[in-house]
Design a protein around this ligand. Sequence first.
Ligand code: ADP
Ligand code: 5GP
Length: 206
Amino acid sequence: MLSRQKGAILVLSGPSGAGKSTIISAASDEIGEYYFSISTTTRAPRMGEKEGRDYFFVTKESFEEDIKAGNFLEYAEVHGNYYGTSLKPVNEALQAGKLVIFDIDVQGHRLVRAKMNDITTSAFITPPTLSELENRLRARCTDQEDVILKRLENAKDEIGAVSEYDFIIINDSVEEAAEEFVIVAKAARLKYSKETEDQFIEKWLQ
Ligand code: ADP
Ligand code: 5GP
């Protein structure tokens, strides 16, 4: 048997407003135990967002200190703010054999792939069209006009990176997108580290 000695990673990317949070919460009862990586950011909290649940909100100075100290698995500048994934809690969750879910941008996905490709699965989540993305960002009522325009511009660049992902989930109906997400999460759990595979082969040959 292949034992889950090290967990697995599922990276979700997609334009801000694509529905990543909505889909994770719609599917959360069906994907088994997982650890959602809470990112650190220098952007201001949105209405309804909670420190330590949605993000760790920090100053630019504090973020830059963490960069220097090597505390991030990956970080990137998105829409003029820093966003990063702290290394320690992710390593702990992986050691405990958990599925670790990241909601990070395309730059972050590339960095995670470069460091942990063998245990990484990824999905790009997007609304069916750019204009539907705009409708959703406006309907969410959490961002000012200039922020919405910046996010739409960024989305036009990000869509060009879809081919780098294992799966694309088109979030038209939440129910269907959540069903697809459950399948992707189950598949992600079946990805084993090179180390685990090597141990399996050694035992299998005995
Ligand atoms: P993200 O986490 O990717 O930034 P959200 O989950 O916050 O996106 O979704 C953005 C907005 O779109 C929210 O107001 C959410 O309720 C809405 N939304 C999400 N999925 C759908 C959908 N399939 N149809 C219509 N509105 C949606
Ligand atoms: P938002 O401001 O809408 O919460 O997030 C903006 C963008 O930053 C989204 O594309 C989101 O996936 C990305 N993001 C959030 N956390 C991280 C992170 O830790 N690292 C990276 N690289 N991107 C992140």
